[in-house]
Design a protein around this ligand. Sequence first.
Ligand code: PMT
Length: 410
Amino acid sequence: MNHIYGKTIILGVTGGIAAYKAAALTSKLTQKGAKVHVIMTASAKEFITELTLQSLSKQRVYSDTFQERDPAEISHIDLADSADLVLIAPATANILAKMAVGIGDDMLSTTMLAVTAPVMVAPAMNVHMYQHPAVRTNMQTLASRGVHFIEPGEGLLACGYVGKGRMEEPETIVAVVNEFFAGRDMAAQGPLAGKRVMVTAGGTVERIDPVRYISNDSSGKMGFALARAARAMGAEVTLIAARTDVAPPQDPQIDLVRVESAADMYAAVSSRWSDCDLLIGAAAVADYRPRISAETKIKKSGDTLTLELVKTTDILDTLGKIKEKQFVIGFAAETGNAELYAKDKLVRKNLDLIVANDVGQEGAGFGTETNIVSIYSSEGLVLDLPLSSKDEVARRILQLAAERMAGAAV
Ligand code: PMT
């Protein structure tokens, strides 16, 4: 199905040999009914002409920040505001670096500073440039801000090398864009459409000194599955993730906030609390942290070392007690008596639901792809879920939350 029809896409074209593919890309997106506004860098114009892309998009092509043809508009702001999606293809190492550090010295990079729409980039460069630590760091920075990467393919590069760096083919990029809009269109009709959902994930890191810390085995899988499921049901999702073993969802629609300690997580969650409709605490948050985090590495000295630990702020406990419109779901990771302890946490933290996982059971809890959970409310057991994928567990939890939140709103 065509989900591109009627969408406004800014296509950024930067200066690499793959710029010639921007012609096919512009043509295919336009044929699918998108309004494509092309912004070219000066280097891109060395490879392909403005006239080509203007003819294919049937729209004016932008390349000069200061060439304002219409006195009623400020092009880079108006363009940025109009976009449903920004796609940069090909994206050179240069534009990635500018976006990572926030440089705005031409029409494209300046527009990128004003863009609030989701951003996709299709990098294209020489294989050694692609692997350069500076480029990798810039890509990681952008990915952590939610920029979606359409990974380059492997093959013969224009420079003669064989390797990764060749821009993905226009057909594939159009398919990725279509899938992105399909997800968004579906989400707009989902049961959590218009709701703001915050999910915590991963294990917090409590520093002993600059090279040592206390943490736990949370991989982030359960929290990430919840973020994906909430998004698929139409919610606006903020994912607050501490240390994780797996990569976070590569969905430009999920706002990813990386934190380290329980204190950081509390600050991140509480600063977004007033806007939140549903909070799900899947993170394994440290209950205690070292009283002192040494500024330099602690040297080996005596036969024993005593670390004094102090309590962290309990995020769900603090917020659960002051909740107004918010629906709050906690997790309880237990190694026995799961029901008893989970119900105690439900009441103590004033939660709406608690998801108990007996992490001693095979296939449940930390690090696994699956989970086995029992969900309780103040009335008792709501749902027992046998061994299921974390995606399925997440879906069922979100379904329950959506039903109960809708019930409360009636
Ligand atoms: O990440 P995975 O590898 O996929 O593993 C998933 C999981 C086992 C970590 C997850 O399913 C889970 O059970 N998370 C909660 C683990 C936990 O720390 O539970 P708890 O019983 O200590 O805490 C109860 C609740 O209070 C949790 O929702 C927790 O996020 C929250 N809490 C705890 C301490 C604290 N200082 N602040 C909190 O908000």
